[in-house]
Design a protein around this ligand. Structure first.
Ligand SMILES: [Zn+2]
Length: 394
C-alpha cells in the first residue's frame, strides 16, 4: 500500500520529535509564567517518556487518523466562528457578564453568540483551559475564561497561552509547534470564550459562547531546544474563517495516495491585491520581481525564447524590458468564461517569462511541459510565499 504524504510526514516527524525530546529534556524544574503565583513544575525524563507515548505514538496510522479528525472537527466548527474584529472586542470586555449593548456591538462586528450546548465539548462551561482532541494527542481548543484575563491580544489578534502545569501538557505544546513546521501548514485550533447572558433566556440558556480559529505562529525559536522551551506558552493568532478554511483544506489532499499535484495555501488577500498584474505590469514593483529573478538565477519556463534558439533563457541574460508577466489562464479566456474573471490577475495566475515565449502563447494555455516548468520554477504567488522580504528589497 502506498503511503500518503501526510503519513510520510508524520512517520518522520514522530521519529525526529522523540529523538529531540529524549535528547534535550533532562530532569529539572520548570517555571510557568503566572502573575498570581510562581508555578513550578517538576519534570522527569520518565514523565517525558510516558507523555511521548500518548502525544506522539509510534503507530503512525493511529496518529494520522487523529490528526485528520482534528482538522475535520475544526472545519465543522468554522461556520460557528466569529470575525477577528468582534472576537477582539469580546476579549477586551474583560467581564464574565455580557450586557445587551456590548452584545449588540459584537454582533454588528461579525460576532456570533452561540448558545450553551451541553452535548458539545466546545459550547459548555468548563474551567480547564486546554481542550484535548481524540486520544489526548492534540489540542482542539483553548478557553479564555475569567482568571485568565491578564492575557493581552494585540491589534493583529496575537496572544500567548500558558501551558498546563504538567509534563504531558507542556510537551503537547511543543509537539503541535513541531507539526506546524514539518507539515508546512499552520496548526489550527479554536479559541473559545464564554459569557453569562445579562438576562437568562430560560433555565437552560444562561451562557453564550464565542469561538474563533487560531493558528500557531512564531514557533521556530521554541523548537531549537525543547529542553529550554518546554514550559513556554503557545503563540497564537486568531484568523478569519476564510483563512482558516483555506488552511484546513490543505490537509485533506495530503491524505490522498495518488495525487501528483502539490497544494498551496491561499495567499493572504492583502498580499494578492498588492501584487496583482495591474500593480506589476510596467511598474517599479514589477521590476523588483524581475531583478530578484535575475539575481537568484531563475530561467524562463518556456522553450520559445529568442524564437526557440535559446530555450529556457536565464533572466539575467535579458534586459528588464524583455521580461514579461504571463498569465496561466489567459485574459481573453477569462472574458469568455467569466467565473475566473476576478482571479485572472491574481499572483498565482502569473509567472515570469520572456517576451518571446509570452507572445508565442497568445490566448492558449501553456502546454503540459511548459506548465510543469512553471510549477517547478513557481508562480509569482509561490515566490511571494517564500521570498516576499527579499523581493521587496530587490
Ligand atoms: Zn522564454
Amino acid at each position: 500500500m502506498l503511503k500518503s504524504k501526510i503519513f510520510q510526514i508524520l512517520e518522520s516527524s514522530t521519529r525526529e520529535f522523540i529523538r529531540k525530546a529524549t535528547g534535550e529534556i533532562a530532569n529539572r524544574d520548570y517555571r510557568i509564567d503566572s502573575p498570581s503565583d510562581d508555578k513550578r513544575v517538576k519534570v522527569t525524563t520518565t514523565q517525558i517518556g510516558a507523555a511521548l507515548k500518548i502525544v506522539c505514538p509510534r503507530d503512525t496510522s493511529q496518529l494520522k487518523a487523529d490528526l485528520v479528525q482534528h482538522f475535520e472537527e475544526v472545519r465543522g466548527l468554522i461556520p460557528f466562528c466569529s470575525s477577528p474584529k468582534s472576537f477582539r472586542t469580546a476579549w477586551d470586555l474583560r467581564s464574565e457578564l455580557l450586557n445587551p449593548w456590548d452584545a449588540n456591538t459584537i454582533v454588528d462586528q461579525g460576532g456570533q453568540l452561540v448558545p450553551i450546548n451541553k452535548g458539545s465539548r466546545i459550547f459548555q462551561c468548563i474551567q480547564q483551559g486546554v481542550e484535548l482532541g481524540r486520544n489526548k494527542r492534540l489540542i482542539l481548543a483553548v478557553r479564555h475564561s475569567e482568571g485568565n484575563y491578564e492575557d493581552k491580544m494585540d491589534d493583529l489578534g496575537r496572544f500567548t497561552y500558558q501551558p498546563p502545569n504538567n509534563a504531558a501538557g507542556m510537551l503537547r505544546y511543543r509537539w503541535c509547534q513541531f507539526l506546524s513546521g514539518s507539515m508546512k501548514i499552520p496548526y489550527i485550533l479554536l479559541a473559545v470564550m464564554w459569557f453569562k447572558v445579562h438576562q437568562p433566556i430560560n433555565k437552560a440558556l444562561t451562557h453564550v459562547f464565542m469561538v474563533s480559529p487560531a493558528k500557531i505562529i512564531d514557533y521556530e525559536e521554541d523548537l531549537k531546544d525543547i529542553g529550554i522551551s518546554l514550559s513556554h506558552p503557545l503563540e497564537l493568532q486568531i484568523t478569519s474563517r476564510t483563512e482558516a478554511l483555506s488552511i484546513v483544506n490543505l490537509i485533506f489532499p495530503l491524505d490522498e495516495t495518488d495525487l501528483e499535484i502539490e497544494t498551496r495555501y491561499e495567499l493572504p488577500e492583502q498580499l494578492a491585491r498588492e501584487w496583482s498584474y495591474d500593480k506589476l505590469n510596467n511598474t517599479e514593483k514589477g521590476c523588483r520581481i524581475k531583478r530578484w529573478a535575475q539575481k537568484t538565477g531563475k530561467k524562463c519556463p518556456g522553450a520559445m525564447c529568442k524564437n526557440g534558439s535559446i530555450p529556457h533563457v536565464e533572466f539575467k541574460d535579458l534586459p528588464l524590458s524583455e521580461i514579461s508577466f504571463g498569465h496561466i489562464v489567459s485574459k481573453n479566456w477569462a472574458k469568455a468564461y467569466t467565473y475566473t474573471l476576478d482571479k485572472i490577475d491574481h499572483p498565482d495566475n502569473l509567472y515570469l517569462t520572456c517576451r518571446s515565449c509570452n507572445s508565442s502563447l497568445g490566448d492558449t494555455f501553456p502546454d503540459k511541459s511548459f506548465r510543469d516548468d512553471i510549477v517547478k520554477s513557481g508562480t509569482i504567488g509561490d515566490w511571494l510565499r517564500k521570498d516576499e522580504a527579499e523581493i521587496r528589497k530587490s
